[in-house]
Structure formats: C-alpha cells, structure tokens
Design a protein around this ligand. Sequence first.
Ligand SMILES: Nc1ncnc2c1ncn2[C@@H]1O[C@H](COP(=O)(O)OP(=O)(O)OP(=O)(O)O)[C@@H](O)[C@H]1O
Length: 133
Amino acid sequence: MRHLSLGLDDPRPLTLSARIESFRCAARGVRLMLRSQHNAWLHAVASCGVLIVGGLCVLSGAEWCWIVLAIMSVWTAEALNTALEFLADVASPEFHPLVGYAKDVAAGGVLISALGSAIIGILVLGPHILAML
Ligand SMILES: Nc1ncnc2c1ncn2[C@@H]1O[C@H](COP(=O)(O)OP(=O)(O)OP(=O)(O)O)[C@@H](O)[C@H]1O
C-alpha cells in the first residue's frame, strides 16, 4: 500500500546523498532528452544563438531575465513532452487515437512555448540589433 500513500509515510530521512542522487537522475534525464530528441538539438542551437547575440548586445539585467525565462520555458515544455512520449509508448505501444491526441497536445505545448519565446526574443533583441545596424 506504500505506493498508494503518496510517500507520506516514507520512513527515509532527508539526506544529502539522496538529494545528490536525485539531482544525478535529473541530469541523466536532460542528457537522455538531448540524445533522443531532434527538437532538443534545435532548442540547443537556438538557445546558444540567443545567448551569444544577447552577450553581444550587452543586455540589461531585466532583459536577461526575459531571455532566460524564454529559453527555460521551451526546455521545460520539451522535457515534459519527451517524458509523456516515453510514458505513452510504454502504456500503449499500439496505435490508439487518444495516445495520438495526448502526444499532439503535448507537442502543441512545445510549439506554444517556442512561439512565445521567439516573440520575447524579437522584442528584447530586436531593438538592440536594429541599433547596431
Ligand atoms: N501510439 C500512438 N497512437 C496514435 N498516434 C500516435 C501514436 N504514437 C504516435 N502517434 C502520432 O504520431 C505523432 C508523432 O509521435 P512520436 O511519438 O513519433 O513523436 P515525435 O515524432 O518524437 O514527436 P515530437 O517531434 O513532437 O517529439 C504523435 O504526435 C501522434 O499524432
């Protein structure tokens, strides 16, 4: 029954080593996403490009906050989309319309995040780039 109790009766103490192990698992997840998802490669190229341009434009602290938020939102959406795809493929390896809908909606989340981030990038970097021309 322990697995149904949300871990509230988990007797394990809070330890640094367990938190470090948890961090390692999360880092492994990021590496797995980078290795398995072609979209993640595109995000990586776009993120590096934006960071380089941002560095050249000498952005303010507030502008960097927007850029970091935009980059973070795309990576977070991609990570959740990837996790959902893995789970869906285990739960229903055969074709099922609802699995297709779930994957499409998750991919839509990535698209929305990417479009929003592109708009933020244009709004923040656009004036700096125009000023340099
Ligand atoms: N089991 C399934 N049942 C029904 N439709 C599916 C199934 N698996 C995939 N699809 C359809 O194929 C599309 C692509 O699914 P796939 O798992 O190949 O993701 P992907 O190509 O890695 O997508 P993304 O580029 O968004 O990461 C889904 O969005 C969905 O429409």
